[in-house]
Design a protein around this ligand. Structure first.
Ligand code: TYM
Length: 333
């Protein structure tokens, strides 16, 4: 039976890329009736420095974001990573399965470590082994993510394959990355060649899920574009990264394909297309921001949702970790 797992880092500034590449698709999986487990990966967040109070706040805000985006904590399992210690227990075993060279090749590590990699935390290097453990401690079969996580998911498969091979078992599943839809890589509003990111210093580069209707409309109005009207076929968007980005965002928000959006808006100037996109974005996103701030008023309720989610997650994770210990020769007495 299929089982979905995915995670998001609670590092603040949840944005449109996280929504279209991840949250919205999580809600879709849940609503198809697939068992779904969603995690706020607080332990991943501290691979780079996080102020403790900010981290706790961002974790609760992320939980509110999940719920506001349509994840029902009764149907899906919603929890923060550090409350399920089986993730880190399995991650240690995977640290011993994965090879140093695999980790050093990860582009996210190279980007985040920067020039002075000697100064990066050891956790930043080991990050993908913890991510593999997140997924495999539930024997998850499908992992919906944006395109930037593809390399990490290939590594997850490599770890499962090597573990199964080294121990001569057929235990961990070979997980399928699910990178689907029009908006698996939402780009910055300032530069269509850079992905929309929480860490971009320009707030105008992204729509935050906490932005109100005015801010959403303003950021779309001011988004960088070229002077040409929209083409009459999708091929006409090649070499027009900003135009393509806005068409993809429209398609994902409206549950259409980019082809359908182009068919409807062919020949339109951005002076007309941007207001249409702004109306659509406000209609879809403003209710999320309103619901997030409502949920954020009851911290006790959020914490108890995370607690209950963690208990349910552990019921699945504990037997899988125990079996892993048996396979590897760890005595449990
Ligand atoms: P994170 O927290 O950076 O991002 C969360 C999700 O949002 C997607 N995303 C985007 N999608 C489209 N366009 C964008 N501009 C954009 N920016 C971000 C990401 O692809 C991701 O799906 N390592 C993961 C968290 C993680 C995880 C896991 C994911 C930890 N364990 C296990 C899946 C399974 C990360 O840093 O995502």
């Amino acid at each position: 039976t299929p089982r979905v797992f995915s995670g998001i880092q609670p590092t603040g500034n949840l944005h449109l890329g996280n929504y279209l590449g991840a949250l919205k698709r999580f809600a879709d999986a849940q609503n198809k009736g697939i068992q779904s487990i969603y995690c706020m990966v607080d332990l991943h967040a501290i691979t780079v420095w996080q102020d403790p109070a900010d981290l706790a706040r961002a974790t609760r805000e992320l939980c509110a974001g999940f719920i506001a985006a349509g994840i029902d904590p009764e149907k899906s399992i919603l929890f923060n990573q550090s409350q399920v210690p089986e993730h880190t227990q399995l991650a240690w075993i995977f640290n011993c399965v994965a090879r140093l060279g695999w980790m050093q090749r990860m582009t996210q590590f190279k980007d985040k470590a920067g020039k002075n990699a000697q100064n990066a935390s050891l956790g930043l290097l080991a990050y993908p082994a913890l991510m593999a453990a997140d997924i495999l401690v539930y024997h998850a079969t499908h992992v919906p993510v944006g395109e930037d996580q593809k390399q990490h998911l290939e590594l997850t498969r490599d770890i499962a394959i090597k573990f199964n091979h080294d121990y001569g078992v057929d235990f961990f599943p070979i997980t399928e990355p699910v990178i689907e839809g029009a908006a698996t890589r939402v780009m910055s509003f300032r530069d269509g060649t850079k992905k929309m990111s929480k860490s971009d210093p320009s707030d105008m580069s992204r729509i935050n899920l906490t932005d109100d209707a005015d801010a959403i409309a303003k950021k779309i109005r001011k988004a960088k574009t070229d002077p040409e009207p929209l083409p009459d076929s999708i091929e006409g968007l090649e070499d027009r990264p900003e135009a393509r980005n806005l068409v993809n965002i429209y398609a994902a928000l409206a549950d259409l394909t980019p082809e359908q959006v182009i068919a409807e808006h062919a020949g339109q100037q951005f002076g007309a297309f941007k207001p249409a996109l702004a109306d659509l974005a406000v209609a879809k996103l403003a209710p999320i921001s309103t619901e997030m701030s409502r949920l954020m008023q009851d911290q006790g309720e959020i914490d108890s949702i995370l607690r209950r989610g963690a208990d349910r997650a552990r019921e699945i994770a504990t037997p899988i970790l125990q079996k892993t210990y048996d396979i590897t020769g760890m005595i449990r007495s």
